[in-house]
Write a protein that binds this ligand. Structure first.
Ligand code: FMN
Length: 163
């Protein structure tokens, strides 16, 4: 099974998970970057991100070096913003040319997942992919790293079985 982990990470949590999963699945990694990568902090970060979610904006991405034909499984990862998938994830779903592929996803958050999983699952299905799994990851840097690694390892095993 040839797998790529495509991930968007504004603050580093998703990037950490993507690194672990890439090892577990022996997968390639592709970082999704928006054209506006300016660092924001504090309230302005939440206002900026929240506005993008509430207005349904899909930020333009930097060119994606992804040839989806090479992969059996595309694992998409990113943060939850305002109870929805971070908009860059939806930009990726629109632009990446992943129709007819198997997909799975993981979402990182701080405890308010909202309907992000349902929303991303629908977007992936609407774009013609088959979603074979997802996992919800709360507070990834606060719990024990071995416990996180164990959950990821179990999820990776399930993905292998369904692919
Ligand atoms: C604009 C913005 C909105 C957020 N909204 C939520 C939210 O609705 N629920 C939640 O649990 N966490 C929310 N968070 C926290 C992130 O989901 C969490 O810190 C995640 O681990 C960040 O992943 P990253 O480090 O890969 O960017 C938000 C963060 C930002 C920047």
């Amino acid at each position: 099974m040839k797998t790529v982990i495509a991930y968007y990470s504004y603050e580093g949590h998703t990037a950490l998970v993507a690194g672990e999963l890439a090892k577990l699945l022996d997968a390639d990694r592709l970082r999704i970057e928006t054209q506006d990568e300016k660092e924001r902090t504090g309230l302005s970060k939440y206002l900026w991100g929240g506005k993008m979610v509430f207005t349904g904006k899909r930020p333009p991405l930097k060119p994606l070096a992804l040839d989806a034909r090479q992969y059996d499984l595309i694992v998409l990862g990113g943060p939850i913003w305002a109870g929805k998938p971070a908009p860059a994830l939806l930009s990726f779903v629109d632009k990446a040319g992943i129709k007819d592929k198997k997909t799975a996803f993981f979402l990182c958050h701080l405890g308010g997942p909202g309907k992000a999983a349902e929303s991303l699952s629908s977007a992936l299905a609407l774009s013609g992919t088959t979603v074979v799994g997802d996992i919800d990851l709360k507070n990834v840097t606060e719990g024990s790293l071995p416990a996180l690694a164990e959950r990821l390892s179990a999820w990776a095993e399930r993905l292998r079985l369904v692919c």
